[in-house]
Design a protein around this ligand. Structure first.
Ligand code: NAP
Length: 253
């Protein structure tokens, strides 16, 4: 195998949950990482755990919906860690409600974090990838992209990310850049814990009910998603682009 340079990966929403598991996995894969999150406490903790174990990580606070912050943070990562050539857009929020109760703010906020956030981050990072003639973009969609009761805003945003990713694959392929989407099913995280609270069941009950509906009869964990990201971000995955991988313990259609 020819020697490959150490890659710098940016992961958004990386303080906790799926994003934090992706950080840990990409460090195991030999990458340097930039942990980006709104929340300083969790973001600093995730980055500190990596550096304590001898990995290379920085934390930077950013709101992915703010173009000036996004521009500044990408420049900071390039300067302090190296040109970012792996980008994982994992920052996300939910504001679930049935359509007749959904507010304009519920709609706008969800669109903004998922779609505007992924757009701004990708636009800011792509110049580094083009310059290096190598890049890996992984966007986090969801099985909810296929429709999910109470999630008109989230389902729309997650379906939009699939179209966004395919378009990136068309535009950026000629520069050695791939773009792929991972659509997780039920993953144990603060996000699904919040769903349990909203619908008034215990988190254990929610997980048990979800597992019964999943062909492999278990719920997913952040590491399941990190494993798939690791594949898309790898050197060897250069001929895989524009795909949507459902990581949901069974098929989705
Ligand atoms: P999570 O535990 O709620 O973590 C999301 C992270 O994103 C949080 O650290 C949050 O920061 C951060 N974030 C939110 N808005 C942000 C913004 N404007 N700028 C920067 N960071 C921001 O969620 P998760 O379960 O790990 O989900 C990760 C991704 O997978 C999301 O895109 C989600 O939609 C998707 N997904 C999750 C599941 C699941 O079952 N969990 C299933 C399918 C898809 P704060 O701490 O400040 O809120």
């Amino acid at each position: 195998m020819p020697n490959t340079p150490t890659r710098t990966a940016i992961i958004t929403g990386a303080g906790r949950g799926i994003g934090a598991a992706i950080v840990r996995r990409l460090v195991q894969d030999g990458m340097s990482v930039a942990v980006l999150d709104l929340d300083e406490a969790t973001g600093n903790k995730t980055a500190a755990e990596i550096t304590a174990e001898g990995g290379r990580a920085i934390f930077a606070k950013v709101d992915v919906t703010d173009p000036e912050q996004v521009k500044a943070v990408v420049a900071q990562v390039a300067e302090e860690v190296g040109p970012p050539t792996v980008l994982v857009n994992s920052a996300g929020i939910i504001r679930d409600n049935l359509l007749f109760k959904m507010t304009e703010d519920d709609w706008d906020l969800v669109m903004s974090v998922h779609l505007r956030g992924a757009f701004l981050m990708t636009r800011a990072v792509q110049s580094h990838m083009v310059e290096q003639k190598w890049g890996r973009i992984v966007n986090l969609s969801s099985t909810s992209a296929l429709g999910n009761r109470g999630q008109a805003n989230y389902a729309t945003a997650k379906a939009g990310l699939q179209g966004f990713t395919k378009t990136l694959a068309f535009e950026l392929g000629q520069f050695g850049i791939t773009a792929n989407t991972i659509a997780p099913g039920f993953i144990v995280s603060d996000m699904t814990a919040a769903t349990a609270e909203r619908i008034g069941v215990s988190f254990e009950e929610l997980q048990k009910g979800a597992a019964a509906q999943i062909p492999v009869r278990r719920v997913g964990y952040p590491e399941d998603i990190a494993h798939a990201v690791s594949f898309f971000a790898s050197e060897a995955a250069s001929f895989v682009s524009g795909q949507v991988l459902y990581v949901a313990g069974g098929p989705k259609n």
